[in-house]
Design a protein around this ligand. Structure first.
Ligand SMILES: C[S@@+](CC[C@H](N)C(=O)[O-])C[C@H]1O[C@@H](n2cnc3c(N)ncnc32)[C@H](O)[C@@H]1O
Length: 190
């Protein structure tokens, strides 16, 4: 287990319970659902599951995976029949191959994981990633600059077995605590 991540995130959720409160889903995610052909989804580093909940309400069977039991308990409490919560360490987790119609990873960055997520898609499946990037507007960059993407970086992970459906760099949504620049990509496995 990435014991350090587990301790860090459980501490954050304990000290700042507002992180567990019901939040809006990613706006970009809400705009792409109509392109997804099937209903099996994976929410990577789900936290308390704002995006899992949105997917469940839209008829998806969702696996929500995270290293924080506190965050997963909060999601479990909501008792959605079509969300399965799994406590996993993404440093070690083997994503099942060719299994999902939709995989999402929001506000979390693990570069080594991206090829595993691509492999987890069924043919025609969609991977959506959205997280923070370096920019001078950032009001609160993380302590570790490696957790921020470089300009255009998300595009560099995909070869011609994938089609890029959308790529964007944009300012985060108003409900987030600090103004930050984000990057998103939506790719389809061919
Ligand atoms: C900023 S939250 C993002 C939550 C959610 N994706 C969202 O957009 O609201 C980052 C999440 O990553 C999880 N996390 C951090 N390291 C992890 C690891 N090694 N394995 C699994 N989850 C991890 C944390 O527990 C936390 O819930």
């Amino acid at each position: 287990m990435a014991q350090k991540d587990k301790i860090k995130w459980n501490k954050k959720y304990k000290e700042t319970p507002s992180l567990l409160e019901k939040k809006e889903p990613s706006k970009k995610l809400t705009q792409i659902l109509h392109k997804v052909k099937g209903k099996k989804a994976l929410d990577v580093a789900s936290g308390a599951g704002r995006n899992s909940i949105y997917l469940a309400l839209n008829g998806f069977e969702v696996e929500a995976i995270d290293i924080s039991q506190i965050a997963l308990d909060e999601l479990d409490k909501k008792a959605f029949q079509n969300i399965t919560c799994k406590l996993v360490d993404l440093d070690e987790y083997e994503v099942p191959k060719n299994s999902y119609d939709l995989i999402i990873m929001a506000n979390f960055l693990d570069r080594d994981l991206i090829p595993k997520l691509s492999a987890g898609l069924k043919k025609g499946g969609i991977l959506f990633i959205e997280t923070y990037m370096h920019d001078k507007i950032n009001e609160k960059p993380p302590s570790n600059p490696d957790f921020l993407l470089q300009k255009d970086e998300l595009k560099s992970f995909f070869d011609n077995q994938f089609e890029i459906l959308d790529y964007d760099e944009f300012e985060n949504e108003d409900y987030e605590l600090f103004r930050m620049k984000k990057q998103s990509i939506e790719i389809k496995k061919l």
